[in-house]
Design a protein. Structure first.
Length: 83
């Protein structure tokens, strides 16, 4: 499975199960549990064959810049209007 190198594994597992739910399980119209049990590994094989590594470019500096902008916006919104 292709996963980012700097991410919480729990978050990545949640994302994978979300994709599994949307693309392989929903709608839940299986005649029995054996069909469901076959569908999950088949999806996993297909997903792993087509998945590509994610090239994350958002850096810590980008995040800090964004957070400073939010703080500035909140500071301006908190100031009383002069009139």
């Amino acid at each position: 499975m292709h996963l980012p190198v700097h991410a919480s594994w729990l978050n990545q597992i949640e994302i994978y199960f979300s994709i599994l739910q949307r693309k392989a399980i929903s709608p839940a119209d299986f005649p029995d549990l054996d069909h469901l049990a076959d569908r999950i590994p088949a999806f996993q094989d297909r997903y792993n064959a087509t998945a590509r590594p994610f090239d994350w470019r958002y850096t810590r500096d980008d995040l800090n810049t964004f957070l400073r902008r939010i703080d500035q916006h909140q500071d301006q919104a908190a100031r009383p209007a002069s009139g």
